[in-house]
Design a protein around this ligand. Structure first.
Ligand code: URA
Length: 434
């Protein structure tokens, strides 16, 4: 079938035949379908959606456009976690070592930050020497030894998604639930995992700002995974303020290490424990939720999680001394306090703007080609519902270039909305879909 005929079927709200979807995705991966036809089909899907059957075939075709890892030679169940992205979300860095310490292998393939959201790879690369791009064979060796490996997308995993995602980015077709869900799941299924825990973020710093859309995305992601024979649990969690205190690369890595050292902020710890317990349940190493939670807590208390991270850092070429001495991570030369301009209650955090302030400081990228500064970022000093006096710190900027701090400061001041009267802070976890 000609690509224009398939585009017409979707344009007119018809059902695309499975074989034709497969041919199309194969053509995209081989660069045989021109960008304008691929983009046109994405726009038709953006408007018309995909039926459950179309979505399964579309995702499966993307998954099989490249290599699918076979981790069956590694004993036990392999479980990963994926977050839809937010500000200050460094959960992967403390979660994966804790889960690995409890006996479940975590083969984690992560992304880089773009726009207001951060990325696990950038945070890891703040560790001197740490290599996020290693061969698949080395990846498997690290998983076998440390029970966790943290790497970036390789060229041969779901290549059709890479092409389509780049086209969607420049044709305003990213914000489509079936396209997002198939994009995420094709990459996760290519990892060769048995089960997946999804952290679908909701709120001002998330892709999806409202609960209803996030739930739809979560249900769509779970449906794809389950039809592919995987166990999937989705958490809907709050992103109406940054997670933890740190926003930046080295500083987020430092904060995650602190969690493993028995310190760290409550919200980050709480989410790490809840997601970790679920991974143990899916990994088949805990009897029930209480048992799972106890095991993750014990892995933190005993330092076993910290040891897993040290091993992973060592095996991936990083300087393991940062584990005991996070001060060895890069730090910015200057600090500046951003203070509340009036008294009141912290009523709203425009979290996307906080992420953008971090990007302006140099911690993130506007385009994929931008180079980031691992040392810079900001520490959030106020949480939703806090009572503030004029002059109290809202955040502390950490920067190397004062002109960047000058640009970030007004963005942050606008992001923290101070009101009158008490507010009820949002829950950390809204729902869990099992
Ligand atoms: N993340 C992805 O991997 N794909 C999308 O489409 C959106 C977010």
């Amino acid at each position: 079938v000609r690509p224009q005929d398939l585009i017409r079927v979707k344009r007119d709200n018809g059902e695309m035949p499975p074989e034709e979807i497969r041919c199309f995705i194969d053509g995209v991966a081989r660069s045989e379908i021109p960008d304008y036809q691929a983009a046109a089909l994405c726009m038709a899907i953006f408007w018309r959606g995909l039926s459950e059957a179309e979505l399964s075939v579309w995702t499966d075709a993307m998954l099989h456009s490249g290599r699918v890892l076979d981790l069956s030679s590694i004993p036990g169940r392999k479980v990963d976690k994926h977050s839809t992205g937010g500000v200050g979300d460094k959960v992967s860095l403390c979660l994966a070592p804790l889960v690995a310490a409890c006996g479940v292998s975590v083969p984690m393939i992560s992304g880089r930050g773009l726009g207001h959201t951060g990325g696990t790879l950038d945070k890891l690369e703040a560790i001197p020497g740490f290599r996020t791009s290693i061969s698949v064979d080395d990846f498997m060796r690290v998983v076998r030894d440390a029970k966790l490996a943290l790497i970036g997308q390789t060229d041969d995993l779901a290549p059709a998604d890479r092409k389509l995602y780049a086209l969607r980015d420049v044709t305003s077709t990213v914000e489509s639930i079936p396209l997002i869900a198939s994009s995420i799941m094709s990459k996760k299924l290519a990892e060769g995992i048995d089960a997946l825990v999804l952290d679908v973020k909701v709120g001002s710093g998330a892709f999806m700002k409202d609960l209803e859309r996030s739930r739809q995305l979560a249900e769509t992601l779970c449906g794809i995974g389950r039809r592919a024979g995987k166990q999937v649990t989705a958490f809907l969690t709050d992103m109406n303020q940054p997670l933890g205190r740190e926003v930046g690369n080295a500083s987020e890595t430092r904060e995650a290490i602190e969690i493993l050292q028995g310190k760290g902020p409550d919200d980050l710890l709480d989410l790490t424990l809840q997601l970790g317990a679920e991974m143990l349940l899916l990994g088949g190493v805990a009897a029930d939720q209480d048992d799972a939670l106890q095991r993750v807590r014990q892995a933190r208390r005993s330092g076993a999680g910290l040891e897993r991270l040290r091993r992973c850092v060592e095996l991936q070429g990083g300087d393991p001394r940062v584990i005991d001495n996070p001060a060895l991570l890069p730090t910015a030369r200057h600090d500046r306090v951003v203070a509340a301009q009036r008294a009141g209650t912290l009523a709203e955090v425009k979290t996307e703007q906080v992420g953008i302030a971090g990007m302006v400081l140099g911690a993130g990228r506007k385009t994929v080609a931008d180079v980031i500064d691992h040392a810079v970022g900001l520490t959030v000093a106020a949480r939703l519902g806090d009572t503030l006096r004029a002059g109290d710190p809202l955040a502390v900027l950490h920067f190397n270039d004062p002109t960047r701090a000058d640009a970030a400061e007004p963005i942050l001041l606008q992001a923290f909305v101070i009101g009158d009267g008490p507010i009820t802070p949002p829950p950390l976890v809204y729902e869990v879909l099992r």
